[in-house]
Design a binder for this molecule. Structure first.
Ligand SMILES: Nc1ncnc2c1ncn2[C@@H]1O[C@H](COP(=O)(O)OP(=O)(O)O)[C@@H](O)[C@H]1O
Ligand SMILES: [Mg+2]
Length: 243
């Protein structure tokens, strides 16, 4: 296990151009995230949280600056290579779950793995089974998203994010569409995954949830205004060794 940071952002800027309006969504972000960290990103609406997570997840590219993922610069990668890295190294969890409605829970979890040429069908199915078991959704693996509660859909989405043992799980307001009980269950699941060694970056505007992370980063107007470490990182990162 190498000790290099999972994520290094250096002087990252993101400017959105829409008609006559220029928005500086990220303004000179410098940030390093170590394996096994659990980081909460907080700040008011519109301050750049989702943009920051999208840059980390290679869903958006930065306007300028350098992004190093697992020691490898990914800033200038072409679309195909970027998609490959994203699929292999990043697990994304969205507020709106983003499951595909005409696929079962099993098929949703399997989908990103089907783009992985290094896995046989048998290996793929084993990874899906393991991920569904991890989120306690084995019994509902044949259900379609509309047949599942919001909390269950989010658990399937988490299984999809973690099935391929990504280097980092990125969660954008994962409890935003859930009632308080399911929000609590989702947070407990993230705690468990962190305890098992997953590196997690979670956007939340709920201070109670932010407090569960070992480190809190506050954004304001696209800038980091606070970066506080509370707890040491988890002892044994396993996320990268399961495959
Ligand atoms: N695709 C986009 N096109 C234009 N402006 C955008 C886009 N995405 C985000 N923005 C702007 O960037 C700023 C940061 O947005 P966002 O990262 O979504 O904030 P947060 O997630 O903290 O609410 C906002 O001013 C928003 O309007
Ligand atoms: Mg957002």
């Amino acid at each position: 296990m190498n000790a290099q940071p999972v994520i290094q952002l250096q002087n990252i800027k993101k400017i959105f151009l829409t008609e006559d309006v220029e928005t500086s969504a990220l303004d000179n972000i410098n940030l390093s995230i170590e394996p096994g960290e659990y980081v909460a990103i907080t700040g008011p609406s519109g301050c750049g949280k989702s943009t920051l997570l999208s840059v980390m997840g290679l869903l958006h590219s930065a306007s300028s600056g350098t992004y190093i993922l697992n020691g490898k610069e990914v800033t200038g990668l072409g679309a195909v290579e970027q998609a490959r890295v994203r699929n292999r190294d990043i697990g994304f969890i969205f507020q709106a779950f983003n499951l595909i409605s005409d696929m079962s829970a099993f098929e949703n979890v399997e989908l990103p793995l089907t783009y992985r040429s290094d896995l046989t069908k048998k290996q793929r199915h084993e990874l899906v089974d393991a991920a569904l078991a991890q989120v306690a959704m084995t019994e509902r693996r044949k259900h379609y998203p509309t047949q599942l509660s919001g909390g269950q859909q989010q658990r399937v989405a988490i299984a999809r994010a973690l099935a391929g043992s990504p280097r980092v799980l990125l969660a954008d307001e994962p409890t935003g569409n859930l009632d308080s009980k399911n929000a609590q269950l989702t947070m407990e699941l993230l705690d468990t995954l962190h305890g098992q060694g997953s590196t997690i970056v979670m956007v939340t505007h709920d201070p109670r949830f932010a407090e569960r992370a070992g480190r809190q980063i506050a954004l304001f107007d696209g800038k980091i205004v606070e970066d506080r470490q509370y707890r040491a990182v988890a002892p044994t990162p396993i996320a990268a060794t399961v495959a």
